[in-house]
Design a protein around this ligand. Sequence first.
Ligand code: SF4
Length: 322
Amino acid sequence: MVKRVFGPVPSRRLGKSLGIDPVPLKTCNWNCVYCQLGRTNPFVTERQHFYKNEDILTQVRETLGTHAPGDIDWITFVGSGETTLHAGLGEMIRGVKSMTELPVAVITNGSLLYLPEVRQELTAADAVLPSLDAGNPDLYRKINRPHPIFSFDRLVEGLIAFRKVYENQLWVEVMLIKGLNDSEKALKEIADQLEQIQPDEVHIVQPTRPPVEMWVEPPDEEALLRAHAILGKVAKLVMPPMGSFDFGSEEDLVEAIVGIITRHPMRESELIQSLEKWSSQNVKETLNDLESSGKAQVITRYGTRFWSASGSHYPNSKHESK
Ligand code: SF4
């Protein structure tokens, strides 16, 4: 059998992640405009046993045997398509958990969570990461282009029902796409749905790898700020990296602040956290000095204040600066 276990690969959210791919390329009931696996043709709508669980579990056991403790942070089900279409997923999660103490995550589009058996199977995982890219049926059809039997209402109802039975980490992924779901209206609609779902975290992701449709573009910084402000009110937000924030060798606080806010406008509390090698008082005073000297500015979006480099241009920034 072709190897269905890969990595460990570095994952921003899951550290060193050992991947398990339980479905063949490309097995999906959606056809997302941003998919990096190419178009879905044909749709697969029924759960099936694509591989023998025992064969995949043998590969997992062998791979774990070749790694020292500390080499792997998470074991992640992430497919060449939709993971929950594999009918033996629950049994496989339990099989992995019986052979290691490592936490197990499942990346899924969430479309099958309306099925009680899928909800039951996923409760064995330590983290489940479903998608919610739209807050209304039209946009859902435009972005995710699902097989017609998978309606928006079914998706949201499945997510809400899963949250009710799932006690571990539910991290909803929102793929932000320029001009599609990054407007104030679209983000507020997503926030409304998230309020009902009650995830532990919301992870903003953006199409960084080649999307299937060439017109798909990542959001600009203004849209990321908007998402931060609107979705950040619902749950803890994990934003995409916008440059490296490794200050290991940076000795100059001004350089460190300007370096970070030029690439990524940040809330004051986040800045203080990122710059923990300096005292919070020192960071606050330096920010105020930078603002007075015109090197930094405060941008307010939807009631949230962000520090940004003065060279960044935002609509109405002059009026909205402190
Ligand atoms: S759900 Fe995942 S695999 Fe399926 S089309 Fe969307 S991005 Fe691709």
